[in-house]
Design a binder for this molecule. Structure first.
Ligand code: NAI
Length: 255
């Protein structure tokens, strides 16, 4: 059985991922702001460092997998926070654990991106370039100046997907695998808050997948189970859309 770190473990998709993995007999290191094994704030460099150190201590420098679920949506208190958690909270945490993942012999990671990230594929925003250069201050500054939470969210998810795909190339050569899941709307507290938001509620409610419903956290956790299993042994650098057909509806010609 494996030792697996899950961020955003206290709610929504992360909580469902933990339920699945625990039921399968794996040992979990739950990471979240509170109510977790590792209580840390992934929005700041200091919090990420603490999260990495505590995770390494908990797994004794040998980790089988990471599932990066922690994220904030368009109702986050600031647009800078969206960049800090959704991009740097994933990339710095994962990079801090790379050696421990390599120590397991075939480390794996799954990043929870979003179908929203594909909105940026045709025309990436300058804030994505700053994120991909690792310049947190600059990307936060651009995001704050623009003041558009939906753009910051899409940019953070696009950038974290590009990060994951780039990283998977290096990891593949070491027998490690990294994949991204791009969920569509999933019934979680984050999605509920978006539906209730005065600015974005109508658009979120009207953005309905061809299957006519939102997903449930278990359906994303099923995808994580697959991507961490031997059934996906040759799957690396993929973006798995679990979105009821939303991405196919919006951009059938781009994949
Ligand atoms: P959620 O709000 O239910 O759970 C997110 C978790 O992340 C919470 O437990 C929260 O405390 C944690 N978190 C937030 N900021 C943090 C920080 N600074 N440090 C540590 N932990 C922090 O949300 P949900 O829906 O389960 O989201 C999980 C992931 O799925 C996110 O990355 C989100 O962007 C992504 N996603 C969600 C969709 C949806 O419709 N629910 C759609 C597409 C992607």
């Amino acid at each position: 059985m494996s030792t697996i770190a899950v961020t955003g473990a206290a709610s929504g998709i992360g909580a469902a991922v933990c339920q699945h993995l625990e039921a399968a007999g794996h040992t979990l290191i739950r990471v979240d702001l509170r109510n977790a094994d590792v209580n840390a704030d992934l929005s700041s460099a200091k919090g990420r460092k603490a999260a990495v150190e505590q995770t390494l201590a908990a797994c004794d420098n040998r980790l089988d997998a990471v599932v990066a679920c922690a994220g904030v949506g368009v109702t986050a208190p600031s647009v800078g926070l969206i960049i800090g958690v959704n991009y740097f909270g994933v990339t710095e945490y994962l990079e801090g654990l790379e050696t421990a993942l390599a120590n397991s012999g075939n480390g794996k990671a799954v990043i929870i991106g979003s179908v929203a990230g594909s909105h940026m594929v045709a025309q990436p925003h300058p804030m994505t370039a700053a994120m991909l250069e690792g310049d947190e201050a600059r990307s936060r500054q651009i995001a704050e100046e623009l003041g558009d939470p939906a753009a910051a969210y899409a940019a953070s998810k696009y950038a974290v997907t590009v990060f994951g795909r780039r990283k998977s190339v290096a990891w593949g050569k070491q027998g490690m695998r990294l994949n991204v899941i791009a969920p569509g709307a999933v019934e979680t507290p984050l999605h509920q808050a978006s539906k209730e938001d005065a600015r974005f509620g109508e658009a979120v409610k009207n953005f309905v997948a061809p299957m006519g419903r939102a997903g449930v956290p278990d359906e994303i956790a099923d995808g994580v189970d697959f991507l961490l299993s031997d059934q996906s042994a040759f799957v690396n650098g993929s973006v798995l859309f679990i979105d009821g057909g939303m991405d196919a509806m919006v951009r059938a010609h781009t994949f």
